[in-house]
Design a protein around this ligand. Sequence first.
Ligand SMILES: [Zn+2]
Length: 467
Amino acid sequence: MQKRLAMKHESWTAALAALAVLLVAQVSSGQASQPASPPTTLVKADRLLDPRTGNVLAPAAVLIEGDKIKQVGSPSQIGAPAGVKIIDLGKATLLPGLIDSHTHLFLDIIVLPEAELQRHKNAEFGPGLLLAIVESPSKRALMGAQLAREDLESGFTTVRNLGHSGIDGDTELRDAINAGRVPGPRILASGRKIIAQGSYLQNLNPALADAILQQEFLLLDGPDRARQAVRQNVFQNVDVIKVAVGGDISVAELTAVVEEAHRQHLKVAVHAGDEVSIQTAIDAGADSVEHGNDATNEQLKLMRDKGIFLDLTPTFFDGFWTKIHETSVLSPAFRSTLVTGDERRRQRAEALVQRVLKSGVKFAAGSDMGWFYPGKTRGQASAVMFANLQRAGMPSLEIVRAVTTNAAEMLGWQDRIGAVEPGKFADLVAVAGDPIADITELERVAFVMKGGQVIRNDSVSHPAPRP
Ligand SMILES: [Zn+2]
């Protein structure tokens, strides 16, 4: 035994010595050669829309070096450096990569049949959520990877994932995408959503309830536990803190979350739909109010004065609930309830959008998608929000801003995304027509580039030869 160990030791020493020689050889050869310059790409298109000003540069060229934008101007100003790869998008309109500032990549809930819906609390959401939690985390992670890819293919080059990812689904997916293991957008991950117990799931088996809830949520009960919840998410390396307030969290508790998060340089996104919850978010100094459906004019002004963003979720503005029940057999009475509810939401959305535009509050928009949407990929389903915002009365340029410039500022990433300018990530999309004339162009993104890498380039990649 002694001898075998000694021999083993000798062979290890020899192997290590060989490895050291190899490493030295590699280092010295690396020093001898010039460092390779990053690849350059020149993207040309007839038009480039700047959401900040509404100005259109025509024709336009964007020079990209590595993963960043180096120069933006007319093709004659920029020219084509030697060895550059040229992508000519012809008549297309270029704009910054889109940002979905509120999504749920690890949920794809199929709504229950009508009879089953009567039997549960939070019936459109709770049972599907429960299934997502108790099934295999590996299955859920792979689904998250698929939905992330679908978002990217529809032009969402950055998303903020605000909860419902298990313990570490979104932070791990973010890292896997950044490491090049799977394709997907840049992700700001919130980790587990901080909630008051009972706000999402009730009637659980008492023997399993705590274990189930802990897979998905961090429970807040008093300011001390609120701080602890933030620290637990910090341990998972999150980018943002998400709290859901449904009239069940005090200002003191939410203030503790905000203080601890800000101490850790993280922003706090607060789910708040009703007036009381929105006031709690404002008083506690949240960075953004998610949804904000019932915000009063006074609250919108307070938010404007405090610099709190409103993150609208327009997916639900027009016909959503009727649509996602399309795969079920519905009684005429239930269908009519759905249609009436959707019509009421449409009218309220219209009023909200008008009040938001008048108030001067800063706003962005997120899809809040977490449901299976018949006939659409996740990216296509998320893109429904653009037309919904327009039908609610928002001008096209404001819609584009809400998912580019404004969203970048809300996320705290205005230094890296949200505009096509030197120094920012080369995240670009292109559409065949003019998105200001027809906002549904954004549903048909034909070119997507993320960090200088072409993700898709279909119809506009083969422009008809110019006369
Ligand atoms: Zn949400």
